[in-house]
Write a protein that binds this ligand. Structure first.
Ligand code: CTP
Ligand code: MG
Length: 392
C-alpha cells in the first residue's frame, strides 16, 4: 500500500509493510459537558474526531477503524463524511474494550503495524506519526512521552507522604504504535483492570518492548468543558494599511507626533495615517474588525478624537482578548516630510500609547521614487504589522 511522502525512509520505502489506525471515540465524554458526546462536538470548526482521523488518512493509514458508541452511527458517519478508508465499529464499556474490539475488526485483513489513538486528542502532527513508525523498526511498541517538569508529591489524606523521582517519570500521550499481531495478542490476554489507562500498559504486561519517542504538548487530550472554550493561538499577527490626502493649511500629525511641515493630512480626526494603520493592525491581530467599525466618524464618542485615543482603545481591546503586544512595525510611505529625523520621537510616542518598551516599536519610511500619489506628494500611505502574544 502507499504511504504518505512524509513518512521516514525506513517505513515508506518498504512497500510490503502496512499500517492501520484505530481511533477510539466510543466514550460518553461526560466531563466535557458538551451538547453532543465530546468526540462529535465542534472543535475549531469540525467535529473533534474528524481532526485526528484526517491526520491518519493524510499519513496513509488504511484502514482507519473508529470505535463509536452504540447509537453513534449517524453522528459518526456525518462527522467523518468523505474521509477514505474509514470503518466504524461499535466500542465497548471501557476504553480497553473499545480498543480490543477495533483490533478484532482489523484482524480480517491484518496490517503489520497499528497506531492507536484517542479521538479526544484532535491534533496529531505528521512528524509524530513518522517518529512512531520509525521506532517500530527496532521495537514492538512506541509511545510519545513528555518530561515531568514539576516536582511530585505523594498524597495521603491531603498530606504529603513522600515524593517521586520526576527524572525517571514520563507523561504518556497517544497515538501509540505497535506491531499489530503483538498488540492483538496482548489485548486478548489482558487479565488486568478493564479500565487500563492505555495500550502501552497492556503491551508491556504481555512482555512487549515499548520505546519512548518525543511527544508534543499539542497532542493534549480535551477532557473538561474549559478545554472546549475557543482555543486561541498563542501568537497572532495583524496587518493595517491607510492613506490620507496631503493638503495645505492642515496640521501634520504622523506617528503620534506633530511635525512642522508646509502641508498636513486631511480626514477623520487628526488623520494620523500611521496610527490608523497601527489601529487596524492591532484590531486585525485579534480579529476584531477595523477602525471604521470601532470609531465611526458619525459617533459622538469619537468625533474629533485624536488618533492616539484610537490606539489606546485598540491596545485595550488586545488586553481584553487575553493578549499582550509583542512588537509593532510601521512603514510610512511618502516623499515628504523626511521621516528619519522624527523616527525615534514616533517610536517613543507609539510605545507610550501601547504601554510597551520602545524596543518593541519599529518605524520605517520609504519613498515611491516620485511615482504615484505618494510620489507626487498628494498623500501619505502607511502600513503596520502587529504581533500579539497570549497571556498578560
Ligand atoms: N473511549 C472509548 N470507549 C470507552 C471509553 C472511552 O472509545 N468505553 C475513548 C473516548 O471516546 C476518548 C478516549 O477513549 O476518545 C479517552 O477517554 P476519555 O478522555 O476519558 O473520554 P470519555 O470517556 O468519553 O470522557 P469522560 O471520561 O469524561 O466521560
Ligand atoms: Mg473516560
Amino acid at each position: 500500500m502507499a504511504h504518505g511522502a512524509i513518512l521516514p525512509e525506513t517505513v515508506s520505502s518498504d512497500g510490503a509493510r502496512s499500517f492501520a489506525a484505530i481511533v477510539v471515540a466510543a466514550g460518553k465524554g461526560l466531563r466535557a459537558s458538551q451538547p453532543l458526546p465530546k468526540q462529535f462536538a465542534d472543535w475549531q470548526g469540525k467535529p473533534l474526531v474528524r481532526h485526528s482521523v484526517e491526520a491518519f488518512a493524510l499519513a496513509g493509514a488504511a484502514p482507519i477503524i473508529v470505535a463509536i458508541p452504540q447509537d453513534g452511527d449517524a453522528l459518526a458517519s456525518a462527522a467523518l463524511d468523505g474521509i477514505p478508508n474509514v470503518q466504524l465499529v461499535i466500542g465497548g464499556a471501557t476504553r480497553q474494550n473499545s480498543v480490543a474490539l477495533a483490533l478484532e475488526q482489523l484482524n480480517q485483513n491484518a496490517p503489520d503495524f497499528v497506531l492507536i489513538h484517542d479521538a479526544a486528542r484532535p491534533t496529531v502532527p505528521q512528524a509524530i506519526i513518522a517518529r512512531l513508525l520509525d521506532a517500530l523498526c527496532n521495537s514492538g511498541g512506541a509511545i510519545p512521552v513528555l518530561p515531568v517538569v514539576d516536582s511530585l508529591s505523594v498524597d495521603e489524606n491531603g498530606q504529603m507522604a513522600g515524593s517521586a523521582d520526576r527524572e525517571s517519570l514520563r507523561r504518556v500521550q497517544t497515538p501509540q504504535a505497535f506491531n499489530y499481531a503483538e498488540i492483538l495478542a496482548a489485548h486478548r490476554g489482558w487479565q488486568g483492570d478493564a479500565s487500563a489507562g492505555d495500550d502501552a500498559q497492556v503491551f508491556l504486561a504481555n512482555g512487549g518492548r515499548v520505546t519512548h519517542v518525543e511527544g508534543d504538548e499539542i497532542m493534549k487530550k480535551l477532557t473538561f468543558a474549559e478545554d472546549f472554550l475557543t482555543v486561541q493561538p498563542s501568537v497572532r499577527t495583524g496587518l493595517g494599511y491607510d492613506v490620507h490626502r496631503l493638503v495645505a493649511g492642515e496640521e501634520l500629525w504622523l506617528g503620534g507626533i506633530k511635525i512642522d511641515h508646509s502641508k498636513g493630512l486631511s480626514g477623520h480626526s487628526d488623520a494620523d495615517v500611521a496610527l490608523h494603520a497601527l489601529v487596524d493592525a492591532l484590531l486585525g491581530a485579534i480579529g476584531a474588525g477595523d477602525i471604521g467599525e470601532h470609531f465611526p466618524p458619525s459617533s459622538d464618542q469619537w468625533k474629533g478624537a485624536a488618533s492616539s485615543k484610537f490606539v489606546e482603545h485598540a491596545a485595550g481591546l488586545v488586553a481584553v482578548a487575553g493578549y499582550r503586544i509583542g512588537n509593532v512595525d510601521l512603514t510610512i510611505i511618502c516623499e515628504e516630510p523626511k521621516i528619519g529625523p522624527h523616527r525615534d520621537a514616533m517610536r517613543a510616542e507609539v510605545a507610550r500609547l501601547l504601554g510597551v518598551d520602545i524596543a518593541q516599536v519599529s518605524v520605517k519610511a520609504t519613498t515611491t521614487e516620485r511615482l504615484g500619489f505618494t510620489g507626487r506628494s498628494e498623500g501619505i500611505a502607511a502600513q503596520a504589522i502587529a504581533t500579539v502574544l497570549k497571556g498578560q
